[in-house]
Design a protein around this ligand. Structure first.
Ligand code: HEC
Length: 107
């Protein structure tokens, strides 16, 4: 258990350096407020944050595609992702930070 946690921490840290442009702290705040309702548990077919298998193929598409889907919304095979999680007042930039945060927790 401890080993897994350490491995996860290392992963998150190494991820943080690859996405240095993203503000992960701001992303977490937005995630908790606007995205966790679905993504914390996988409601409505959403990929659960922390579930590596659910994110693997999505991450493989690249950040640009994922952020585009989060911003504009999209109908996938699993369900419907509402544009910006329904919070249309959020900026595209903060959504990019939020996706970076979610990915950093799910790799
Ligand atoms: C009402 C539930 C709901 C909320 C709220 C929600 N999502 Fe989603 N999201 C989904 C579902 C369902 C999918 C999967 C759609 C599919 O692949 O079929 C998804 C998929 C995604 C994906 C993967 C896109 C891809 O290309 O595979 C990202 C990134 C994402 N959401 C980001 C966010 C962010 C950021 C927020 C908050 C601003 C958010 N979501 C809020 C339901 C939600």
């Amino acid at each position: 258990m401890k080993k897994t946690m350490i491995a996860t921490a290392v992963l998150v840290l190494s991820m943080a350096t690859t996405v240095q442009a993203a503000d992960l702290a701001a992303g977490k705040k937005t995630y908790d407020m606007a995205c966790a309702a679905c993504h914390a548990t996988g409601v409505a077919g959403s990929p659960k944050v922390g579930d590596n298998a659910a994110w693997k193929d999505r991450i493989a598409q690249g950040m640009k595609v994922m952020v585009g889907h989060a911003n504009k919304g999209f109908q996938g095979k699993k369900g419907f992702m509402p544009a910006k999680g329904g919070r249309v007042n959020l900026s595209d930039a903060i959504i990019a930070d939020t996706v970076a945060y979610m990915v950093s927790k799910s790799k």
